[in-house]
Design a binder for this molecule. Structure first.
Ligand code: MF3
Ligand code: CO
Length: 249
């Protein structure tokens, strides 16, 4: 069941997602060779608490950290550790909060120092695919229009979309219906309505779309060891089209 949100609820979701956006942009400024992924996690939690928000991921299904930090071949749910980022790495930061009972959720992928041309192209394609998907998040369209737009962008660039993780509705829970795959067929799926709020999150691999989860139970890595990138925005569908909630004001 897809829970529709009132304009007042969308304002609250904007506040929560605005906090996430601000914190991600502060974390982005800290990315440099030598910083450890646990430092980023600790800082993300401090920033959330300072804003009166609760980190959304900590304790969710037993996840022990506030931030997911996925480096290079790690797709999503990378666990913070004493690993130091290195020049040429790419790093995905996925962060969420609960504020005033409503959730915010967003992710970005960033090069560490100078990165390879393929890494830059992967990051650019993934970001562009997210925005192409968001463009389809309009009343009267179908869910499959979002999915197909993302998949089309990614595959035209010669990359692949991960099948094993999907986007989701978001509201008073971090994960609500519907599931939002990053692959699909235009014209299929539920009809989109004003008041729907979605977290759209393409995960894009350089090589095969296949992934595996490491023995820690969380870290998803590419099956072939090649690179992966991830961008996520939470957005509201309104009478006037999509409104991105997790963008710095
Ligand atoms: N953005 C991810 C999601 O929407 C983050 C979840 S990590 C978890 O599922 F630890 F909370 F599971
Ligand atoms: Co999400």
């Amino acid at each position: 069941m897809v829970i529709l949100k009132s304009p007042e609820e969308i304002e609250k979701l904007k506040a929560s997602n605005g906090i996430v956006a601000d914190i991600l942009s502060e974390l982005r400024e800290m990315i440099r060779p030598g910083i450890t992924t646990i430092e980023l996690d600790i800082y993300s939690e401090e920033l959330a608490l300072k804003r009166g928000a609760k980190p959304a991921f900590k304790g969710y299904m037993g996840y022990p950290f506030s931030l997911c930090v996925s480096v290079n071949n790690e797709v999503v749910h990378g666990m913070p550790s004493d690993r130091a980022l290195e020049e040429g790495d790419i790093v995905s930061l996925d962060f969420g909060v609960c504020y005033n009972e409503y959730y915010g959720d967003s992710a970005i992928t960033i090069p560490v120092g100078k990165s390879s041309d393929i890494a830059k192209r992967l990051i650019g394609t993934t970001r562009k695919a997210l925005y192409c998907g968001i463009e389809e998040a309009r009343a009267g369209n179908r869910l499959g229009d979002i999915s197909a737009a993302i998949q089309g962008q990614v595959e035209a660039a010669g990359f692949s979309v991960v099948r094993d993780f999907v986007g989701h509705g978001i509201g008073k829970s971090l994960h609500e219906d519907p599931q939002i795959p990053n692959f699909g067929v235009r014209g299929r799926g539920i009809k989109l309505k004003p008041g729907m709020v979605f977290a759209v999150e393409p995960m894009v691999n350089e090589g095969t779309y296949k992934i595996k989860v490491l023995n820690d139970g969380w870290t998803a890595v590419t099956f072939d060891g090649k690179l992966s990138a991830h961008f996520e925005h939470s957005l509201a569908i309104t009478e006037n089209g999509p409104v991105i909630l997790s963008e710095v004001a």
